[in-house]
Design a protein around this ligand. Sequence first.
Ligand code: NAD
Length: 475
Amino acid sequence: MSQTDVKAPSPVATFGATEASAVATRLRTTFASGRTRPVQWRQEQLEGLLRLLSEHEDELVAALGADLGRAPFEAWAADLRATGREVEDQLRHLASWMAPEKRRVPLLFRPGRAEVVNEPLGVVLVIAPWNYPVQLLLAPMAAALAAGNAVLAKPSEVAPMTSAALAKLLPLYLDPNAVVVVEGGVAETTALLEQRWDHVFYTGNGTVGRIVATAAAAHLTPVTLELGGKSPVIIARDANLKLAASRVAFSKFLNAGQTCVATDHVWVHRDVEQQFLDAIAAEVAKRYGKDPRTSKDFGRIVNTGHARRISRLLDGNGYEVALGGQVDVEARYVAPTVLRAVSRDAAVMGQEIFGPVLPVLVFDDLAEVTDAINAGDKPLALYLFTGSDETVDRVVAETSSGGICVNDAITHLLVSSLPFGGVGESGYGSYHGRAGFDTFSHRKAIYRRPSWLIDPPLLNAPYPSWKQKLVRRLF
Ligand code: NAD
């Protein structure tokens, strides 16, 4: 079973083609009225999102706890606060991002003025997954609203409590004529995808990503695909191992490993393997105690289907268990697990793990690792622990990934000045900060010339040699 085979049942389909067409038409009418364009409207929507996050913190944290067994602090930090930071960034820069940008005009085309104006795309569809169900719905929505669009938001049915809370709350804080939430699963999303949107922003697995891109292609609608993959960590011989173990533990066991940019597996230099294994075991004990099952701070797998999928990856072949290994499918519990002596054809290396299981592979020469990374799909994130700038430069130059984070993991996506997105199998397009505003804007080129000009004859026939010579110098 692949990572994409596990789905919660869809709710009864009460939302079909007729309803999808009606809601799209309603949003299109709102957009056509121009109400979403003024800066003040955009600010009000962003401020509304911030108020929603602060006034309903407890309710959203409880919903995340019910859906994902998330510790309240983790729910607040990784979903609510991460979203809040992104919205604040959009608010802070909105006016400057909306301002027209001047461009240089070549001599031959002067006098004249060239500028780029950011124009909203229109009505956009945002489809979110379940693993960070607040952040991954609201952060793209914030960028779309900042750019002046109307939005159809589709939360994930796999996190039903959070989906229901957002569907109830969003209309109370945002312009209900311009933002509509449709809950549901495959049937509802399929009906929505048959409509013409001006952009589709999808976060989730690559199998559905292909369905989304195919549906959007029928309308020539641009798409952003925020997908996943196996994000590796490289731990060089000169790495600060305590730091590496602490940050790998954070990135792997946060949300029980159900993070798109979680460390998927580790490549550690052979000379420091044992030290790293000892250090990560100490980190797990420090965070979750002797029995992580009893820790309030360790999450659960989203549903039994995903827990079963992870248990099948632990089929006993091609690895040794260095830590953990216990799985209780019915309780949706997978212990923080570290595997060593992992073979490259072990089941756990065959797909994105998306759970708290960490395979550790060893290397002698960095080229082995860069070759292995380049032989696979381009990852969403690549992490590197080293004290050497030369090693960093080499890995940056010799590999391709959505992003790289050096001596840390996951936190690069909280740096709003950096675009966040994948490449190849990990997706295309990006958002966060300015990149999000740009994703949901059309950068319209405008070239203005004065009306009093006498049409210069230089480009018009006939083309005597003096004209050709002059134009060759100016053009
Ligand atoms: P999911 O099951 O919630 O699906 C995502 C969305 O797609 C949902 O809204 C769902 O209703 C819809 N959907 C599902 N099947 C569909 C179909 N057949 N047709 C139309 N729509 C459909 O989430 P998931 O895919 O399990 O999410 C996990 C994956 O997402 C992992 O691979 C993870 O790495 C990736 N991910 C990526 C990012 C990122 O920012 N790049 C963030 C989070 C998760």
